[in-house]
Design a protein around this ligand. Structure first.
Ligand code: C2E
Ligand code: MG
Ligand code: MG
Ligand code: MG
Length: 292
């Protein structure tokens, strides 16, 4: 009986498993070619001042347009890139692109705001990485203060020494450092003391339930107080509703990043938004169909 069941299960699931495995294999192979094939591109999600909606910075987020599959979410391909070690090449590419955009926007006379870049812990483990960052900054002549590097809290549990030294070097260059997805890793308060962190980004998972979960309310307001006491910027990620915004304003959260103000935007739309300087909260953004 058990064997029959096993055999049936095998017969039912084997084909789809093969398709999934094949897709994963192909995806990894294609991902390695994506930079040269010019299939990667960036979108920019504004970060606004909570009280005014003024655009104070933006996060660069990578997208991959595959020739057969269309636009693939980073939630799908970033883990694959992490696994295959390709992530640090993507990181270098993103850094170069961001500097290129900053220079272009400056030439057009657009207001200049700092741009955040997501950095994998793997980059810190490469001994040429800091030199590459320096080189990109020097070559592009971008003011390092216009670059903020985001590192996730969960990546800090490994290679603490290497990452800590790397962050000190980066700080000395003049770039800013943000702690991403705060609250989802092994939240250790000593990170906030030991690492040169300028900005704390509270993860969306805490914001999601802020309206009715008293524990999340308590945690968020405490994190905001803590960040302020330590003289760090604090950003709430994934804000989608006006009520969430009101609660966060009540806690005196500095900045908001979320669909309520804007989804990640392609370059030309981001330029328009930069030009306008201020965004209005608009909950219908959330419903808007947007593959980016
Ligand atoms: P993240 O760095 O925490 O980026 C924020 C993610 O939350 C983005 O998803 C953004 O589109 C999404 N988001 C922002 N506001 C809202 C909202 O109000 N509602 C909802 N539902 N989502 C919101 P995205 O672009 O899909 O990126 C997912 C993750 O992929 C990023 O999380 C980051 O960890 C990674 N990633 C993206 N680009 C890069 C990159 O260039 N390098 C590296 N290493 N990782 C990247
Ligand atoms: Mg991020
Ligand atoms: Mg985040
Ligand atoms: Mg995240």
């Amino acid at each position: 009986r058990a064997r029959d069941k096993g055999r049936n299960t095998y017969q039912i699931y084997a084909p789809s498993l093969n398709v999934a495995a094949y897709k994963l294999y192909t995806m990894e192979k294609d991902l390695r070619k994506s930079i040269a094939a010019k299939e990667l591109f960036l979108v920019f999600q504004p970060r606004v001042e909570a009280n005014t909606g003024k655009i104070v910075s933006a996060e660069a987020l990578v997208r991959w347009e595959h020739s057969d599959w269309g636009v693939i979410s980073p939630k799908e391909f970033i883990p694959l890139a992490e696994e295959s070690g390709f992530i640090s090449e993507i990181g270098d590419w993103v850094m170069e692109q961001v500097c290129m955009y900053i220079v272009r926007w400056e030439h057009k006379g657009l207001p200049s705001v700092p741009i955040s870049i997501n950095i994998s812990a793997q980059s810190f483990l490469r001994n040429d990485w800091l030199a590459i960052i320096k080189k990109i900054l020097n070559k592009s002549k971008v003011d390092p203060a216009l670059i903020e590097l985001e590192i996730t809290e969960s990546s800090l549990i490994h290679y603490q020494e290497t990452i800590s030294e790397g962050l000190q070097t980066l700080k000395a260059l003049g770039v800013r450092i943000a702690l991403d997805d705060f609250g989802t890793g092994y939240s250790s308060l000593s990170y906030l003391k030991d690492y040169p962190i300028d900005t704390i980004k509270i993860d969306k998972s805490f914001i999601d339930n802020i309206v009715d979960d008293v524990s999340d309310q308590t945690i968020i307001s405490a994190v905001i107080q803590l960040a302020k006491g330590l003289k760090k910027r604090v950003v709430a990620e994934g804000v989608e509703t006006a009520i969430q915004l009101e609660i966060l304003k009540g806690y005196h959260c500095h900045e908001i990043q979320g669909y309520l103000f804007s989804k990640p935007l392609p370059d030309h739309e981001f330029q328009t938004v930069l030009q306008s300087k201020v965004l209005q909260p608009n909950s219908s953004n959330v419903l808007e169909e947007n593959i980016l």
